[in-house]
Design a protein around this ligand. Structure first.
Ligand code: ADE
Ligand code: ZN
Length: 336
């Protein structure tokens, strides 16, 4: 392990933008396909990895939703969550706020009483055994109508008190945030936090709408805000967290190379940036890899990396006392 690797993994941090369905490694995909009698259009694990060559968000989402079809029983969701939480813990994650896509499962006849007990069982064990702290973000698919999101929210009622937040994901272009205001209002009335993907592929106007119409507390990605100086200034003034995912952006064509990523430029303009993995099984790295590769590509200093880890803790929805304890721990990490 290089000294940068070692330093990054030793930083207490929060991961705030990871889709649990995007942590499905090809090996587990095959195992679950066999267990559940699901036919996959791949002949081997290598064949799956070879199919992971994306041109844009939609080309990824098509493969990602097809992969999720192997997730059927409570145990499958438990296995998936357990595997992710062990990897996150090994990367120094103290707090994970994890997105899941209920509509992807409901559409296939897999209901809340299968996936929620699976997620919650894995989380309870990991919290006890690893000391990691977790929250769940129920994300609505924006390629589906808002009525479906509202219906999904109603179906999730037995689990409202174990949810942390709601989010908005899937195909961004032509699906503006404002369409989802009714379900975000509903979630807020139930005391849930709110986040939304905006400015991943979509224009700065979608980031404005996520801020001013949906009134979210964090923006997922936000990289397309950069050309709008007024918007960047607003993000900085409000200290609105951006949950960036550099390896994802490069894999989906948002930046030609990691060296071109705007993470450091946005930090330098005062924006509260965080580093996350998005769909690590598909984009070549978990959160630690995202820190290390971005640091190498953009020449981030040790101080920049500490700032990014501190931002992630501050931007989390964890209780204040827990955040203070992780920040204290972060301050004691030797800068080598
Ligand atoms: N769902 C899973 N990954 C996503 C991403 N990168 N953007 C939008 N929706 C997603
Ligand atoms: Zn995402």
């Amino acid at each position: 392990m290089s000294s940068l690797d070692h330093f990054v993994r030793g930083l207490p941090k929060a991961e705030l933008h990871v889709h649990i369905e995007g942590t499905l490694e090809p090996e587990l995909m095959f195992e679950l396909a066999e267990r559940n009698g699901v036919r996959l259009p791949y002949s081997s694990v290598d064949d799956v990895r070879a199919a992971y060559s994306f041109t844009d968000l939609q080309s990824f989402l098509d493969i990602y939703y097809a992969g999720a079809s192997v997730l059927c029983e409570q145990q499958d969701f438990d296995d998936l969550m357990t595997a992710y939480l062990h990897r996150a813990h090994a990367d120094g994650v103290r707090r994970a706020e994890i997105m899941f896509d209920p509509q992807t499962h409901l559409e296939r006849g897999v209901d809340f009483d299968a996936f929620m007990p699976g997620f919650l069982g894995a989380i309870e064990r990991a919290e006890a055994e690893l000391g990691i702290s977790c929250g769940l973000i129920m994300s609505f698919l924006r390629h589906m109508p808002v009525e479906s999101a509202i219906e999904t929210f109603a179906e999730s009622a037995p689990y409202h008190d174990v949810l942390l937040a709601v989010g908005l994901d899937s195909s961004e272009i032509d699906h503006p945030p404002a369409d989802f205001l009714p379900v975000f209002e509903l979630a807020r009335r139930h005391q849930l936090h709110t986040v939304a993907h905006a400015g991943e592929e979509g224009p700065p106007e979608y980031v404005w709408a996520a801020l001013d119409v949906l009134r979210v507390e964090r923006i997922d990605h936000g990289v397309k805000a950069e050309p709008d100086a007024e918007l960047v200034a607003r993000l900085a003034t409000d200290q609105m967290p951006l949950t960036m995912c550099p390896l994802s952006n490069v894999a989906l064509g948002g930046f030609a190379r990691l060296e071109d990523h705007n993470l450091k430029r946005m930090m330098d303009r005062g924006v509260k940036v965080t580093i996350n993995s998005d769909d690590p099984a598909y984009f070549g790295g978990y959160v630690g890899d995202n820190y290390v590769q971005t640091a190498e590509a953009l020449g981030l200093t040790r101080d920049d990396l500490v700032t990014l880890a501190a931002n992630s803790i501050e931007a989390s929805f964890a209780p204040d006392e827990a955040k203070a304890a992780w920040l204290d721990e972060l301050r004691t990490v030797p800068v080598v």
